[in-house]
Design a protein around this ligand. Structure first.
Ligand code: GMT
Length: 377
């Protein structure tokens, strides 16, 4: 199949999922065209089956806002015609489903009918998409998609609650490539850069937005390090990072916390990690938690959104109500208190992650694409 994938190219989960999906589809022989405004961060290598087409939005003094949707839909039309692309798969409704629908209409005018699959990722529904300024356009473009998927049952429920949706929504959970982790030869060194041998390593990875409740992470770690030797790895960048750095200083724990910024060494950091923290306000899925679990790292998370579908309470970690930092710290200590307990949780985390192996999830997308291709024949 020749598939165009539209996504955000940044460190966010939706871009990561879209990129990993495209790369795996390419490995299976499909021809994949990534169409976005810069090369996706996880797209290290292009190959005969993987193409990247950049969307350029020329500056013009009249424009206060650059019309990205317009440029994207034009690029989609051009690339579909040039490469004979058979299907559009857009990740994140805003503005991709909207631009995709416009491209479909323009192509239809030229006698080309192309199906569009829209995957909803979370904030496009629960935070941004739900804003009254966007809601009519988001509702319209979801309803005009040929097929719609959501990354968790919880996100599907939220979508149906918040929008008037006439379309079916199929739940296709996010996934992880486990083989990649097991075969990575680079994981046997450098733990000493992060912590001493006797210290537990605790990690958080995100885009440091408010929704991630970054101060809660610092509070949880503050309680943990009072009881056991530990270090905290804060990976990622965003608006809440600086405040977190100040908070660590105020609490006198700055020597125990490393702020890495955005990193391409996530796998390495996770391979040394003993516990992952994700106390988010909401999380449609929590890909970062799954990535940790794939490295046998148990997770302390909130129980909001789709997190209970990924992190199993008392098995791969523990879940608490949003903001219950004392309880989260106590649960963390329960896991970390002795090697045998930690080992049990590590094994459980990996076995839960295995349910989300890309090998189990990718066929669901392929089956959906097959169905989509039949729609217009
Ligand atoms: O919140 C983020 O980290 C970014 C955001 C995105 O769109 O990239 O993540 C959303 O999509 C991810 C991939 O499907 C999910 O794993 C995240 O849970 C979801 N974030 C939220 O719902 C807040």
């Amino acid at each position: 199949m020749k598939i165009a994938i539209v996504c955000y190219p940044t460190f966010g989960g939706s871009g990561v999922v879209a990129t990993e999906l495209g790369l795996e589809l390419a490995r299976r022989g499909h021809e994949i065209h990534f169409i976005t405004y810069s090369q996706p961060v996880r797209l290290a290598l292009l190959s005969p089956n993987v193409h990247y087409h950049e969307v350029n939005v020329p500056e013009y003094p009249l424009f206060h806002y650059q019309p990205y949707e317009l440029a994207l839909s034009s690029k989609l039309v051009d690339m579909v015609k040039l490469y004979k692309i058979e299907l559009l798969h857009v990740h994140y409704a805003i503005p991709h489903a909207y631009a995709g629908y416009m491209a479909k209409q323009m192509l239809k005018d030229e006698g080309i009918n192309i199906p569009m699959v829209t995957t909803l990722h979370g904030t496009d529904i629960t935070l941004v998409g739900n804003h009254p300024f966007y809601k009519p356009a988001v509702t319209f473009s979801i309803n005009k998609s040929d097929f719609v998927t959501s990354v968790s049952q919880s996100l599907k429920d939220d979508t149906l609650k918040l929008f008037k949706i006439k379309n079916e929504i199929e739940v296709i959970p996010n996934f992880i490539e486990l083989d990649k982790n097991m075969n990575d030869p680079s994981t046997a060194c450098h733990r000493s850069v992060m912590a001493n041998k006797n210290e537990r390593i605790i990690t958080h990875i995100s885009n440091f937005r408010k929704v991630k409740r970054i101060p809660d992470i610092i509070k949880i770690f503050f309680s943990i390090q009072k009881e056991i030797p530990a270090k905290l790895m804060m990976v990622g960048d965003g608006p809440e990072k600086e405040k977190a750095e100040y908070l660590c200083q105020e609490l006198g724990i700055q020597d125990k916390v490393i702020f890495f910024g955005n990193s391409n060494e996530i796998d390495k950091i996770l391979s040394y990690t003993d516990l992952f923290l994700l106390p988010s306000e909401t999380e449609s899925f929590g890909l970062a938690a799954l990535e940790a679990m794939a490295w046998s790292v148990p997770v302390i998370s909130s129980n909001s959104g789709g997190l209970p579908e990924v992190n199993f309470d008392g098995i791969s970690g523990y879940l608490s109500d949003v903001g219950k930092t004392d309880e989260m710290a106590q649960n963390a200590l329960k896991i970390l208190k002795d090697d045998a307990t930690l080992q049990k949780f590590k094994e459980n985390a990996l076995s839960v992650a295995k349910q989300f192996d890309i090998k189990n999830i990718l066929p669901l997308y392929e089956a959906l694409y097959e169905k989509a291709l039949k729609k217009y024949v």
